[in-house]
Design a binder for this molecule. Structure first.
Ligand code: CP
Length: 317
């Protein structure tokens, strides 16, 4: 594996190996030892053209835990030479001279693939527009494995903004393609329901799924509840945005104490975060609420991804 651009690159064996490696890092992160120098002398560049808290900081922390130095531009759209009109390709070629691995977030779908095309060092897609966020799907699946105790035969309820959110696209791919027996319930207002291409992929795999706009109906029987925020920044149509905001504001899509009553007590609630009102903090202390632990799993999972890419890369290993 040269780059990480899409969840589609990962099969069952890959994920098993990666998660075992993440288990190792998670177990040993509290006591820095050999791993702290594993990639000493190498540099990680985080090139973020969109805001981020978790992805950028966990990648930088992961690189640091492996001994790497970090070079970063957290607002590349304004503070890199992109503002002067430099192309992604030229920026990547320059960074190739300074770093051993690039993590890129960019508002355009396909931008990470363009970056990889221009790069001789590994590139990781940290979110390209509404397209994909593959390492988020890896840490989501890792958390499901850890907290639900399995990755197959699960009733997965996915709610919120299913149309504009890139994390949903990557997660549904992995949970429907790689693991057997999973079924899906998509809970959203009509304007935000799952996109036709994801439905087509599920139908092509004979995966049972249903769509609903009712929280009570959708959460019934769920083993995993995966919630998402409205990606308002990705909606250009002003009228559509107002209609959606009104639907969300109605409270029909907010996970709160009442919503906890609709799902089994054993369900786990995940969210890629940030949340902006769609999960009431009143449920944060309940055992179902696993979203902060999920975000923390970004560290060992991203350590495992970095370690794999650098170890695989012939010119670097
Ligand atoms: N989950 C996620 O991608 O969060 P950030 O935007 O903070 O990186």
């Amino acid at each position: 594996m040269e780059h990480v651009l899409s969840s589609a690159q990962f099969g069952k064996e890959d994920l098993g190996d990666l998660f075992e490696r993440a288990d190792y890092f998670k177990k040993h992160n509290a006591e820095p030892r050999d791993e702290a120098t594993r990639h000493l002398g190498r540099s990680l560049c985080t090139l973020f053209y969109q805001p981020s808290t978790r992805t950028r900081l966990s990648f930088e922390a992961a690189g640091g835990r492996l001994g790497m130095s970090i070079i970063s531009t957290e607002n590349a759209a304004d503070f890199s030479s992109a503002i002067k009109g430099e192309s992604i390709e030229d920026t990547i070629k320059i960074v190739n001279g300074y770093a051993h691995l690039i993590v890129i977030r960019h508002p355009e779908a396909g931008s990470a693939a363009r970056a990889a095309e221009a790069s001789e060092i590994p590139v990781i897609n940290a979110g390209d527009g509404g397209n994909e966020h593959p390492t988020q799907a890896l840490l989501d699946t890792y958390t499901i494995r850890e907290k639900a105790g399995r990755t197959g035969n699960l009733d997965v309820a996915i709610g919120g903004d299913l149309l504009y959110g890139r994390t949903v696209r990557s997660l549904v791919d992995i949970m429907s393609r790689v693991y057997e027996g999973n079924t899906f319930t998509f809970i959203a207002p009509d304007d935000l329901q799952i996109s036709p291409d994801i439905e087509m992929a599920l139908r092509g795999r004979d995966i049972p799924y249903r769509k609903t706009s009712s929280l009570e109906d959708g959460l019934d029987g769920a083993d995993v509840v995966y919630w998402t925020r409205l990606q308002a920044e990705n909606i250009q149509d002003v009228y559509k945005k107002q209609r959606i905001l009104a639907a969300i504001a109605s409270g029909d899509f907010i996970l709160d104490k009442k919503a906890l009553g609709y799902m089994p007590a054993s369900a786990i609630i995940l969210h890629p975060l940030p949340r902006v009102g769609e999960i009431n903090p009143e449920i944060d202390g309940y055992p179902q609420a696993q979203y902060f632990k999920q975000a923390h799993n970004g560290l060992p999972v991203r350590q495992a991804v970095i370690d794999r890419l650098l170890s695989n890369h012939a010119e670097i290993a």
